[in-house]
Ligand binder design. Sequence first.
Ligand SMILES: NC(=O)c1ccc[n+]([C@@H]2O[C@H](COP(=O)([O-])OP(=O)(O)OC[C@H]3O[C@@H](n4cnc5c(N)ncnc54)[C@H](OP(=O)(O)O)[C@@H]3O)[C@@H](O)[C@H]2O)c1
Length: 235
Amino acid sequence: MSAPARGVALVSGAGSGIGRACALALAGRGHALGVIGRRLAPLQAVLAEAGGAGLAVVADVRDAAAVEAAVRRIEAEVGPVELVVPAAGVACIAPFAELSSQPFDEVVATNLLGCANLLRAALPAMLARRRGSLVPILSVAARRTFPGWSAYSASKWGLLGLVETLREELAGSGLRILALTPGATASPLWDALPGEWDRGRMIPPEAVVAALLWGLEAEGAAVEEIRLRPLGGDL
Ligand SMILES: NC(=O)c1ccc[n+]([C@@H]2O[C@H](COP(=O)([O-])OP(=O)(O)OC[C@H]3O[C@@H](n4cnc5c(N)ncnc54)[C@H](OP(=O)(O)O)[C@@H]3O)[C@@H](O)[C@H]2O)c1
């Protein structure tokens, strides 16, 4: 195993779906990995598939102290974080009037507050180094709404507000923020959702990865947002 050529890519939700695909591609780009999720086994499997350089830390992104400790540990044991990909996320579907506070709050706490926790933990050291990129995984649901997706849209629209504010605050800091807003993407996220979902009509995670890499590597411009939609339109 050769030493990684780039700084650490910190990826939450790296054990499956989009986060997993991003982590593997970033390892291929030469980053050591710091991967975070609630289950250790899938994180370790990603590290093994990526060649082993990095650290898997179990943390629930809703727990700010646990996320802070995870990021400190990754920085101490793997190295300076250069790239943050907050991909941990959950979804639920139900008409708002039938949705109890528990699933609603879980979605907002994970997708919005969890992403804020990760960015807050990583930012001070990145700002001190004056380099790095933040690539939050938002969603088409940050740009349009779908019946039944109130909690998810609230979380992603809220996250978009955070991301766009942060981009203004980061002007001149040396840090960049690239928001990815994919439509329905074939991942395990859909397994627990009610309804029939045609994975064949969805975006492959590899297309999200291609957007991530292009956004990072585009020269002479700061790419601020990349929207991806299924070829046949939104599901
Ligand atoms: N799939 C889509 O259609 C789609 C489209 C646009 C955007 N997105 C967004 O893309 C991101 C990745 O989703 P995905 O589709 O790849 O789904 P996924 O395969 O279900 O992956 C989500 C990951 O997040 C982790 N996670 C969930 N809750 C967590 C928590 N509280 N703390 C730490 N980790 C947590 C899960 O691992 P553990 O269970 O082990 O924690 C899992 O690995 C999400 O933000 C999602 O909203 C998805």
